[in-house]
Design a protein around this ligand. Sequence first.
Ligand SMILES: O=C(O)CCC(=O)C(=O)O
Ligand SMILES: [Fe+2]
Length: 315
Amino acid sequence: MDSETLSAKLPTVEFTGENLEPGKSSWFATCHKVRRALEEYGCFVAVYDRVDLELDEAIFGELEELFDLPTETKVQNTSDVPYFGYVGQLPDIPLYESMGISDPQTLQGTQTFTKLMWPAGNDKFCETICSYSKLVSQLEQTVKRMVFESYGVEKCFENHDIGSTSYLLKATKYKAPTMNEMDIGLTSHTDKSFITILHQNQVNGLEVKSKNGEWIGFEEYLPSSFVVMAGDAFMAWSNNRIHSPSHRVVMRGDKTRYSLGLFSINKGTIRIPQELVDEQHPLQFHPFDNLGLLLYSYADVYTRSESCVKDYCGI
Ligand SMILES: O=C(O)CCC(=O)C(=O)O
Ligand SMILES: [Fe+2]
């Protein structure tokens, strides 16, 4: 472990300039950094300025407008997958409210959602969500490509490219707690996605558990900062090399927090590349289905155990 990984701060990786050009030496260095961060912490802060200040401001403006809609409208956001539609007023997490947009990187996906919320239309919302999701899904693809390349299994990437991935954009609003309310915004959990990319307004609250059990707060709010986090599916794909960290949201101040999570879910059967299996790393997971893992974990949300993925497809 190097000294950088001992400080209680998440590692930062720049996704700008030459770092984004495959073949350049800074690309290889970045691939290594990304893989190491995901192995040690399960996440890192990506500085990604393709989402510029204007888009950042626009998107949080749109979220405010979205959550200000009447509850009767918001509950129209339903999904076959539990917790992918409108969630709110849960007794255990009263500060929390979220909505899910499927295929948000396509105009069709954002239009379907927009029509439900604003039957008379809302082009600005639709376009803002779609532009944001396109850019962030490109970051998701780049991160995955970098990790695959770093492990020398780039040939497996075609099973994880944009056509093999479905995306869900989850918008969340956390109220600030009143005097008598608990400060927990979202209880500790691991994501069941392949990758989750989180972005927030200027209100902190996300905490990630390190391997030694310490909670590390994400304390940055640059418009270009994103937290890239590995989910249980990525951990299993890597034969347990990549860490899928527990994380939670704690609301300490008096401001409303908005966050956006882009969750990637592989559409096919996930298999561990044979290059990642050897004597020191015996095969730990059977081939599995990412959505199946998600449905399994949500079958009883209150007993979501840390070993859920092992129960689902472990050897
Ligand atoms: O709001 C955040 O920053 C985290 C949200 C989260 O962990 C989740 O929705 O799974
Ligand atoms: Fe999460």
